[in-house]
Write a protein that binds this ligand. Structure first.
Ligand code: DAH
Length: 343
């Protein structure tokens, strides 16, 4: 005959098998194991009332039942944790039917974007791309380019000097000398890169900006080659309708020298109040000239045998012109809303 211990064991087992939640677990504990009201501790309390010869085996069997109940409680508790964990996992499994998140796609920055376009045009004309250091020898930046020691550009308020004989290059022109020393004519190169000047940043100046230098050296190169090349280039960049104008100018490293203007790409010279050309109808776009014999000599090239032309342009300025920017510093503020619009 099953006695009350057997009956209680059956209840314990049935209750344990039915545990599905934290509340069930709590109820199980209260019903069977709690010191005050639990049914198993309740059986222990009956021991003193039993005949002495039954007490020991009764106590032992209740003890076994308590151990069983405690084990079942633990197992249910563990099982519950597992299923809660599974439930959480289930909730975090991505729903493959949802539309995906679009990662914002970056764009090429407006400065290298323009620089690449210009490089493309010259690459099609058979030019190579050259490179030189941004920390440059004072000699290559100035002396070798026929810029004498008293020239204002060499003063400290214009140039970042970085120790004896070195500076941050103020233009890409020193690469002319490096390239002439590295290569033999015919030379046809362009040199894109950063240059530095001690300018306060304002709407038209930044202490670092980008230039592209050009250099051609060969036998019989003359001013007509310079004109033809730059006209071809400027029409390719600004459109076939663009008019190009050469004005006499002065650079220490070219003789003769010319500044080159294009007809205003915004108003074409038709708007007397044009925001870009101010009504002048022309925009200065680059400096150029025939390479000075002294510069050829610095590059190890005999000016009796060879001649050449060179030019230099500011990439930032061209970017401003092409995009109608009023402030050159837009390029360097790193503002996503600006960069987005430059796509
Ligand atoms: N180096 C000049 C500057 O930074 C630009 C320049 C003018 C470069 C005439 C040239 C040139 O090669 O022929 O202002």
């Amino acid at each position: 005959m099953p006695d009350e211990i057997d009956e209680l064991r059956a209840k314990v087992e049935a209750a344990a098998a039915g545990i599905r939640s934290r509340q069930d677990l709590q109820k199980f504990k209260e019903e069977f194991l709690s010191r005050k009201k639990g049914k198993i501790p309740g059986l222990f309390k009956k021991i003193p009332a039993l005949p002495p010869q039954e007490r020991s085996s009764f106590g032992q069997r209740v003890n076994e039942l308590r151990q069983l109940a405690e084990r079942l409680f633990k197992e249910a508790e563990e099982g519950l944790k597992g299923s809660l964990w599974r439930q959480k996992l289930q909730e975090s499994i991505p729903d493959p039917t949802l539309p995906g998140y679009l990662k914002p796609l970056g764009t090429v920055h407006p400065i290298p974007e323009i620089s690449h376009r210009i490089e493309e045009i010259f690459l099609r004309m058979g030019y190579d791309i050259e490179d030189g250091p941004e920390v440059e020898k004072e000699y290559f930046n100035f002396d070798a380019l026929n810029i004498p020691p008293h020239h204002p550009a060499r003063q400290e308020q214009d140039t970042f000097f970085v120790g004896e004989g070195y500076l941050l290059r103020t233009h890409t022109s020193p690469v002319q000398i490096r390239a002439m020393r590295r290569r033999k004519p015919p030379i046809r190169i362009i040199v894109p890169g950063r240059v530095y000047r001690r300018d306060e940043a304002d709407p038209t100046h930044t202490p670092m900006f980008y230039q592209i230098e050009g250099l051609v050296v060969d036998r019989g190169i003359n001013f007509a080659h310079l004109k033809g090349t730059l006209e071809t280039f400027l029409k390719a960049l600004f459109g076939e309708d663009t008019r190009v104008r050469f004005r006499p100018s002065y650079f220490p490293f070219t003789e003769p020298s010319a500044e080159v203007d294009i007809s205003c790409p915004v108003c074409g010279g038709k708007d007397p109040h044009c925001r870009v050309c101010g009504g002048a109808g022309w925009i200065e776009i680059l400096g150029s000239g025939m390479v000075h014999p002294q510069v050829l000599r610095s590059g190890g090239i005999d000016p009796e045998e060879y001649s050449g032309f060179a030019f230099g342009l500011g990439v930032d300025r061209i970017s401003m012109l092409k995009r109608g920017l009023a402030d050159i510093r837009n390029h360097y503020w790193n503002r996503m809303d600006f960069l987005e619009q430059m796509k």
